[in-house]
Write a protein that binds this ligand. Structure first.
Ligand code: DGL
Length: 257
């Protein structure tokens, strides 16, 4: 019994970590598309085509029970075509607007995501449906995505840069008291984001909810022989620098898809 987790980069590992907490015996194949990273800057057509092609090829190569699109930028666009195309359940990750709208005391939340996700109709609809009486401030940043990758390559991340990216909210009035991490890369920078915004700002992501969803779809069909494999779409020096962090998470060494 195995599942496939997919993202443009290492962000989906934040979702993997939640799934592993909930289902420690589950085998996981993790695939990331570093060749076309970052997804938050691709046009809709290219992104839809690319993710559908990769998933079709991946499911020919691996037999998995379920696919997690651990990427908000892709999920807010490609879930429908994917579900029509694939024979297994597809779990998407989209911004946690609903829980944030429930938790805010100031009726003001922040959505921190990629440029793609913050401008999608899907996101507008989430806000319309689940946060109608809440002010939603948006920041779309690919730089933050790249910093998360950098952190996993075990390189230093400049707090000052993160402070600058988040400066519109640091000085906003009202300041959001709840921030949705609407990109799976961002929980990897939890500490740095918290330092920039202050400990009084609650950070909300979708990871734990996704893990519950995966568990409920798989039921008790778990095996005891856990295998963790990870694949990228292009091998290069930069991506191979991820190996120490990946092996610390229990993955075998990175291979090319
Ligand atoms: N981790 C992804 C997301 O949740 C994509 C980041 C990117 O490649 O731009 O949106």
């Amino acid at each position: 019994m195995s599942i496939l987790i997919f993202d443009s980069g290492v962000g989906g590992l934040s979702v993997y970590q939640e799934i592993a907490k909930q289902l420690p015996e589950l085998s996981v194949t993790y695939l990331f598309d570093n060749a076309l990273f970052p997804y938050g800057e691709l046009t809709d057509d290219i992104l839809i085509q690319r993710v559908c092609d990769l998933m079709q090829r991946a499911l020919k190569k691996w037999s998995v029970e379920l696919v997690v699109i651990a990427c908000n930028s892709a999920s807010t666009l490609v879930l429908e075509p994917l579900r029509q195309m694939l024979a297994v359940p597809v779990v998407g990750v989209v911004p946690a607007i609903k829980p944030a709208a429930h938790q805010t005391q100031k009726a003001c939340i922040g959505l921190l995501a990629t440029p793609g996700t913050v401008s999608r109709t899907y996101t507008d609809n989430l806000i319309r449906d689940f946060a109608p009486n809440v002010q939603v401030l948006r920041i779309g940043s690919s730089e933050l995505v790249k910093l998360a990758e950098q952190k996993l390559r075990q390189q230093p991340v400049a707090q000052l840069t993160i402070d600058e990216i988040l400066s519109p909210w640091r000085h906003a009035e009202p300041k959001p008291d709840c921030v949705v991490l609407g990109c799976t890369h961002f929980p990897l920078l939890n500490q740095e984001i918290e330092q920039a915004l202050g400990a009084d700002v609650m950070l909300v992501d979708s990871g734990a909810a996704i893990a519950k969803r995966v568990e409920s779809l798989l039921g008790d069909r778990l095996t005891k022989e856990r295998k963790l494999a990870i694949y990228c779409t292009e091998m290069n020096q930069e991506v191979s620098e991820l190996n120490p962090a990946l092996s610390a998470m229990g993955f075998s060494s990175l291979k090319v898809f």
